[in-house]
Design a protein around this ligand. Structure first.
Ligand code: URA
Length: 236
């Protein structure tokens, strides 16, 4: 059982204060009967909620795919800099979304935002080894010995050992696809630095079963489809 105001606010369409007004004005019906109070408890899977004659489908969680542009922080708020949450409209900003894992400020690509803490935990847990694939450009062509080093497990300059990772060279080797099974701070940049090269561009293409939608331009977002949510292990 959940509070009516919490449920309606979770749609992102109204604040809790606005829900209070709707209830007072008799605009919210529960199973055909005007809601008694904003804190009324109900089971959304059993009751029909209507607002101004429109039936609401209440989804417990929200899942957003964002094509993160370079130059924006992977954070929920920051006093000075633009964050990925600033790229979403107010009704989504109100839902308590947070980025699942971080991309560096200058990195681009797939970022999942959700308020499903369990799913985020599962996707980020080092034990689960969820594959993340990145496209990178480097300042010198990488070569088969770099591929071997990635496959062995790179040791970073501070002594940290990385899990074996995939490195697939593209073209002359100045572009490549990297597959990581973990997520350490600046991991790819530090792995490439350990090979005496530098990353010029980094874009995440996928995370587990979730693939960046090619139709999303940098800065654009869309909700995940039910199928994408199910495949990831969320609650559609
Ligand atoms: N590795 C990095 O170095 N940066 C990212 O943003 C993601 C992976």
């Amino acid at each position: 059982m959940e509070r009516l105001d919490k449920l309606l606010a979770s749609t992102g369409r109204w604040s809790r204060r606005e829900v209070k007004g709707l209830v007072k004005e008799g605009r919210v019906l529960i199973d055909g009967v005007p809601a008694a109070a904003p804190d009324q408890k109900l089971d959304p899977s059993l009751s029909r909620i209507m607002v101004d004659g429109e039936e609401l489908t209440i989804q417990k969680f929200t899942y957003v795919m964002l094509h993160k542009p370079a130059g924006v922080l992977s954070a929920t708020e920051d006093p000075r800099q633009e964050t990925v949450l600033d790229l979403l409209p107010p009704e989504l900003q109100r839902r308590g979304l947070f980025p699942v894992g971080r991309l560096d400020k200058d990195s681009e690509g797939l970022l999942l935002l959700t308020n499903d803490g369990d799913l985020a935990h599962r996707l980020l847990s080092p034990k689960r080894h969820v594959d993340k694939v990145y496209y990178i450009c480097t300042d010198r062509p990488l070569n088969p010995s770099d591929v071997d080093a990635f496959a062995q497990g790179i040791v970073l300059s501070d002594g940290t050992t990385c899990l074996p990772a995939g490195l697939e060279l593209l073209g002359d080797g100045s572009e490549a696809l990297v597959t990581l099974h973990e997520g350490k701070f600046h991991q790819i940049k530090r792995m490439i630095a350990s090979q005496g090269a530098a990353v010029c561009r980094l874009k995440r293409l996928s995370m587990g079963t979730l693939v960046l939608d090619e139709f999303l331009k940098p800065g654009e977002f869309r909700l995940l489809t039910g199928e994408e949510v199910s495949k990831l292990g969320g609650k559609p």
